[in-house]
Design a protein. Structure first.
Length: 170
C-alpha cells in the first residue's frame, strides 16, 4: 500500500498569505518553490496525497503549472474556499465532496477544509482532518481532530524541516 499524506493551504501564488501567516519568504515565487521542494522530498510519485483545500490563488494556468511540478500522481482534493479556478482541473486532480469519509489502514477519517466540533463516528474513534485555519485554532489535547494545513505543520516543525505534511505510513 502506498504512503498516505494529508496537507492543506498551500495558497500557491497568494502574496498576502505570506503576511497573513507570517511565512518567512521574500516573495511568492520563493514560497511556491519551497513548498514544492519539500512536498516532492516527502511524498513519492506512487504515494497518495489528500489535499484539504486552498491549493492555488489565481488562474487555472498557474494552478496547472504548480500541479505539474508535483511528482505525486494521486492527489485527492477536498475543495477549499479559494479553489474556484483549481476546480476546473478535472483531469489533474481527483475531486472529493466538501466533506469526505475515508479509511486508511482501517482508521476512519473525516476530511473537510473546515474544522468541526463533531463529525460522523467521532465517538467511535474516527479522526477529523482539516485546513483553513492556518494554525490559529487552539488544539484540544484529547481531540481526534487535527489541522493538517502547511502553516500548522510548519508552526510545529519549522520551515527548515522537510516533513511538514501529516503522514500515515502504509
Amino acid at each position: 500500500m502506498p504512503d498516505t499524506w494529508f496537507t492543506a493551504d498551500f495558497h500557491f501564488g497568494h502574496n498576502n498569505i505570506i503576511l497573513y501567516c507570517n511565512r518567512p519568504f521574500r516573495n511568492v515565487e520563493e514560497m511556491d518553490q519551497t513548498i514544492l521542494e519539500r512536498l516532492n522530498a516527502s511524498v513519492k510519485a506512487n504515494g497518495a496525497l489528500y489535499f484539504l483545500g486552498d491549493f492555488c490563488i489565481g488562474s487555472k494556468a498557474r494552478a496547472l503549472e504548480r500541479r505539474r511540478q508535483i511528482r505525486c500522481k494521486k492527489i485527492l482534493v477536498v475543495p477549499g474556499n479559494h479553489d474556484k479556478e483549481v476546480r476546473k482541473l478535472t483531469e489533474e486532480f481527483s475531486w472529493l465532496n466538501n466533506l469526505a469519509e475515508i479509511s486508511v489502514n482501517g482508521q476512519p477519517i473525516v476530511l473537510c477544509h473546515y474544522a468541526m466540533r463533531v463529525w460522523n463516528r467521532f465517538h467511535h474513534g474516527a479522526w477529523h482532518l482539516y485546513g483553513h485555519s492556518h494554525g490559529k485554532l487552539p488544539e484540544a489535547p484529547t481531540s481526534l481532530s487535527m489541522d493538517v494545513g502547511v502553516d500548522e505543520r510548519i508552526e510545529r516543525t519549522g520551515w527548515n524541516r522537510t516533513g511538514e505534511q501529516f503522514e500515515l505510513a502504509g
